[in-house]
Design a protein around this ligand. Sequence first.
Ligand SMILES: Cc1ncc(COP(=O)(O)O)c(C=O)c1O
Length: 215
Amino acid sequence: MDDSSMAKNILSPLESQAQKEHQIKLDTGTKVKEANGRSAAARIVGKKVNALLRINTDVDPQVHPYVATGNKNSKFGIRNEKLQWFLDVVKAYSNESKLVGAHCHIGSTITKVDIFKDAAVIMVTYVDQIRAQGFEIDYFNIGGGLGIDYYHTGAILPTPRDLIDTVRELVLSRNLNLIMNLGDHLLQILAHIELVSPSQPDDEISTFDVVGPVF
Ligand SMILES: Cc1ncc(COP(=O)(O)O)c(C=O)c1O
């Protein structure tokens, strides 16, 4: 049996429990699969997995519907009424995984930082609820993606620092470490470097690790 089919076998009891008890559609309820898959993988390699719970904040990111990920009807993130069930699952898997934080991703190409503030206000209340159950969570991953001047119109858009300034007080009030999704800004910086300084054949090559989804 290879590792992936082993993982599938370990997954099935919890998946069917989720389906039966909570009518979670597993084609859209990727959280259950992911939680199970990671626990199974952790068991296989004998290591604990640090996990962040992705929560649906139901905040409108004011972007194209195709890149909105955190509305109530979005398939992403745990909804308020399912939070307790997921926390119980995490407790049941405490030998394999450790909950270290909370995550939200509300959409991509967002151009107003107030929207992130709205999401952060909701997320810190979830952090309070999760901590009240004894979980020592330290990380808050605030997604989604901050938009850039895609059409080169010279638009003045909020910077990553503006985003940080908007949520700083809330994040500090809960003593959290902030993680941000800056994929588009990173690409903008890379594109800029290429533009002003095209590489030469005899240039030194450096290798970097880029973490996260890069499209
Ligand atoms: C969890 C998560 N991270 C990252 C992304 C990529 O988008 P962005 O770079 O705009 O945050 C998505 C897109 O749906 C996502 O759901």
